[in-house]
Design a protein around this ligand. Structure first.
Ligand code: FRU
Length: 496
């Protein structure tokens, strides 16, 4: 009897211990919820988000809609969430703009875009029904920029309706135009073009662009716009296979450069090129700011990623809005929007300093909501590589390492958070290290890092999951010394 009691007590004790450990883990994660929710990026207060939708400057402010599952922090049924902002950094969350309610959108409100028609905010989106097999383009209109009245289906694809989504609309030469992500009967990605005089009656204009096997089986989220007289097509293909350092993510977002005008074919001059080289960047959409800048925002995540934050009630975030431009040789440049300069609060300034061989410069123990602007001067450096750490200690494996590799002429980003299921993996981008300088503009938020190289020539964006004690930023040259200048800022964005 005594023994039985002891056994029961032991069982109770072990159950209690297990509960204690689980509770502790939950409370650690709860603390991390506070620290992982971004301070200057758009992310849902709760629930799941993916693609940016309907980006537009309208009636004096910026609107961002987003693929949203308000029910829980998993993929689920899609709604359009809605936020507005005066600076694209400080977002006010508005009521849900579109919910599944009609026969044609009952399985979800997929991605789409926004336009201004006679002062009214008009949305065109993909309504999904028949267990995702029917994807039809639908319109909704608002009179107050907050509440939307659905106007039903406006575009139906003749044959297979199962992969026909993400309308991106614009006005040109007196007509409305829309590009659609689609798939050929041979299972290749393609973009279809439609035009309309009234935004309700649309005429099919043919295939704007299509891929071959090396460019995947489906193209999502097309975007089509002019910069410097060149016509850029951005698409997010699914199914591209990794090729050395290229296409290392499960899905990609990239661009083509070519020529196009209404009524003519799109002639492509530069083939598909990835826009960002980090672990997490997908489903970009762009729009024009009132001053003519083309701004691009993307989902700073990737389908089928770990989303360590989702145990804490939310999932997914957007990139910093980026001003994109085109060089004369047809390369896309991405720079953080200049509005972010007004949010800087300077905290460190190191000018023209040598870090000797075997030495380390530790900048800051709590890089949290920060920008670190670094310039390496190679005219006065001898090292063979440079390492930059965002970790508890550089000697500890877990965390982020940026690695400037002079042998391969590449910048690597390694990310490793094993306790949240993120295995060690690196991404990289080619950089020109024959130049006398290298500048890295590094933006860290609670659970993200975005590295802009040499004024936007390359960008690497990744989600990261540091605890509060894993936010020490240090720089160390490898086999030699390096000359460095550095300014770091806290990015302070007050919530509305
Ligand atoms: C891209 C995408 C779109 C679709 C939406 C669904 O990430 O798959 O093609 O409209 O997400 O949430």
């Amino acid at each position: 009897m005594e023994c039985l009691l002891q056994k029961t007590e032991m069982k109770l004790l072990s159950t209690w211990l297990v509960l204690l450990i689980v509770n502790q883990a939950i409370s650690i994660l709860k603390t991390e919820e506070v620290t992982w929710h971004p301070t200057y990026h758009l992310a849902p207060p709760k629930g799941w988000i993916n693609d940016p939708n309907g980006l537009i400057y309208h009636n004096g402010c910026y609107h961002a809609f987003f693929q949203y599952n308000p029910e829980n922090n998993k993929e689920g049924t899609k709604y359009w969430g809605h936020a507005r902002s005066y600076d694209m950094l400080n977002w006010e969350y508005l009521p849900i703009a579109l919910s599944p309610s009609l026969e044609d959108d009952i399985n979800g409100i997929f991605s789409g875009s926004a336009v201004n028609i006679h002062g009214k905010l008009v949305l065109i989106y993909t309504g999904v029904s028949d267990n995702f097999n029917k994807q039809r383009q639908m319109v909704a209109i608002s009179s107050d920029d907050v509440n939307f009245e659905k106007r039903g289906v406006v575009i139906i694809k003749d044959k297979d309706e199962s992969n026909f989504r993400d309308p991106k609309a614009w006005f040109q030469n007196g007509s409305w135009w829309v590009v659609m992500g689609s798939q050929t009967t041979d299972k290749l990605g393609e973009v279809l073009l439609y035009s309309s005089n009234d935004f309700f009656n649309w005429t099919y204009q043919g295939v704007l662009a299509g891929g071959n096997e090396s460019l995947g089986y489906m193209w999502e989220c097309p975007d089509f716009f002019t910069i410097n007289g060149k016509q850029i097509l951005v698409v997010s293909p699914q199914g591209i296979k990794q090729d050395g350092f290229n296409y290392q993510n499960l899905y990609q977002t990239g661009y083509f450069v070519g020529d196009w005008e209404p009524g003519k074919n799109y002639t492509i001059k530069k083939g598909f090129t990835e826009i960002d080289h980090g672990h997490d960047f997908y489903a970009s959409q762009s729009f024009l700011a009132p001053d003519g800048r083309r701004i691009q925002i993307s989902w700073l995540d990737m389908w089928e990623s770990v989303f360590a934050e989702n145990v804490t009630g939310w999932s997914g975030m957007f990139t910093i809005p980026r001003e994109i431009s085109l060089t004369d040789s047809g390369d896309l440049l991405s720079k953080p929007i200049r509005e972010i300069l007004e949010k800087r609060n300077q905290n460190t300034d190191i000018f023209d300093t040598i870090i000797s061989s075997n030495q380390m410069l530790t900048l800051n123990n709590s890089v949290f909501s920060s920008e670190i602007l670094i310039e390496f001067n190679f005219l006065n450096s001898s090292c063979q590589a440079i390492q930059l750490f965002l970790k508890e200690e550089p000697t500890i494996d877990e965390g982020v390492v940026l690695y400037v590799d002079f042998e391969l002429n590449r910048l690597f980003m390694e990310r490793y958070y094993p306790k949240y299921g993120l295995d060690k993996s690196n991404r990289s981008v080619a950089i020109d290290l024959s130049l006398s300088k290298l500048s890295l503009d590094i933006f860290v938020d609670s659970s993200s890092i975005e590295v802009f190289v040499n004024d936007g020539v390359a960008v690497m964006s990744s989600r990261i999951y540091p605890n509060n004690n894993q936010r020490k930023f240090s720089v160390a040259p490898v086999n030699g010394y390096v000359n460095i200048s550095l300014i770091s800022y806290d990015i302070v964005v007050k919530n509305q």
